[in-house]
Ligand binder design. Structure first.
Ligand code: CP
Ligand code: NVA
Length: 331
């Protein structure tokens, strides 16, 4: 398998075999790190990390992965560069690819990361756009595979706003890897028709099922994984919280919903999460709406069924695998 020089913009661009190769590579890099075996095989390489939105996991994953691989990295924060204000994406791409061996972009529309890739002669990696979050899906699939030993035929239920980056990307990842994917949300939160059709066509090849269900309790029957994400994403206006709470509260992952699945069903979340009032926003919104939690209750988040911190750790191992693969690393 050779992914050297490839952009990593959406999993739609990758075959199931290529995605499984990245998961195997991540598992091997994880093993090496745990065993204390050095793998600084990309010495002399550098990556530019553009973040137009904030991050804890993605930024940390890239920086730690770079350090472990012997690479350098430069973090360009949401306000500290010329991008978008004094310099276009096309010009930024043409400057950065003269200095760096790869570029990571986190920000707004998918068309921005596509334009970066078009004008860059080095690989561009999507660290989250409004539409897709492909590095997150690698971490999620590695986590599911670690827990259950396999992916094909497992059932993952996504609760909440299924038409944004996480819902879209999970649908693609599940379709590609033969994981049965069920959306549980009001119809208006189902993914966009054209992406649904693409994924149904992929699923027909891999044997996955893709279903859309408005009844949350029906959806989670026989689920192996119940997954949710924050109800209002970065870049969306705060005014939509009231509507989202009204629409999505029936899809909150709580003990009652978990009990409608199986005892071995796991809970997953890309994080960050509003599962209590211990954050600035969580406490303010909790006060306004009279809720202690939004998309997941604290008892589920803290339960033994919750894999959220394994999942967060796997962001680093999988992002390391992507950097390693697109930069042509050799073990
Ligand atoms: N899951 C995820 O992408 O987290 P960050 O926003 O902290 O990077
Ligand atoms: N949907 C969330 C994902 C965060 C990792 C957001 O875009 O804010």
């Amino acid at each position: 398998m050779n992914l050297k020089g490839r952009d990593f913009l959406t999993l739609l661009d990758f075959t199931p075999e290529e995605i499984l190769y990245l998961l195997d590579l991540a598992a091997e890099l994880k093993r090496k790190k745990k065993a204390g075996e050095p793998h600084d095989v990309l010495r002399g390489k550098n990556v530019a990390l553009i973040f137009e939105k904030t991050s804890t996991r993605t930024r940390s994953s890239f920086e730690v992965a770079c350090s472990d691989l012997g690479m350098g990295s430069t973090y360009l924060d949401p306000s500290g560069s010329q991008i978008g204000k004094k310099e276009s994406i096309a010009d930024t791409a043409r400057v950065l690819c003269r200095m760096y061996d790869a570029i990571e972009y986190r920000g707004f529309g998918q068309q921005i990361v596509e334009e970066l890739a078009e004008y860059s002669s080095v690989p561009v990696i999507n660290g989250l756009t409004n539409e897709y979050h492909p590095t997150q899906i690698l971490a999620d699939m590695l986590t599911v595979r670690e827990r259950f030993g396999s992916l094909k035929g497992k059932k993952l239920v996504y609760m909440g706003d299924a038409r944004y980056n996480m819902g879209n990307s999970l649908m693609i990842g599940c379709a590609k890897l033969g994981v049965n994917y069920t959306v549980a949300s009001p119809e208006s939160y189902f993914p966009e028709e054209s992406l649904r059709e693409k994924c149904l066509a992929i699923a027909a090849e891999t044997g996955a099922s893709i279903e859309f269900e408005v009844d949350p309790f029906k959806a989670v029957r026989d689920a192996d994984v119940i997954y949710t994400d924050i109800w209002v994403s970065m870049g969306e206006p705060e005014e939509i919280w009231a509507q989202r709470i009204h629409d999505l509260l029936p899809y909150q992952v709580n003990a009652g919903l978990m009990a409608a699945a199986k005892p071995e069903t796991v809970f997953m979340h890309c994080l960050p999460s509003f599962h209590d009032r211990k954050t600035g926003i969580g406490s303010r919104l909790g006060e306004i709406f009279g809720l202690d939690a939004f998309e997941v209750t604290n008892d589920v988040f803290e339960s033994p069924q919750s894999l959220v911190f394994d999942e967060a750790e796997n962001r680093m191992h999988t992002i390391k695998a992507v950097l390693f693969a697109v930069l042509g690393g050799k073990l």
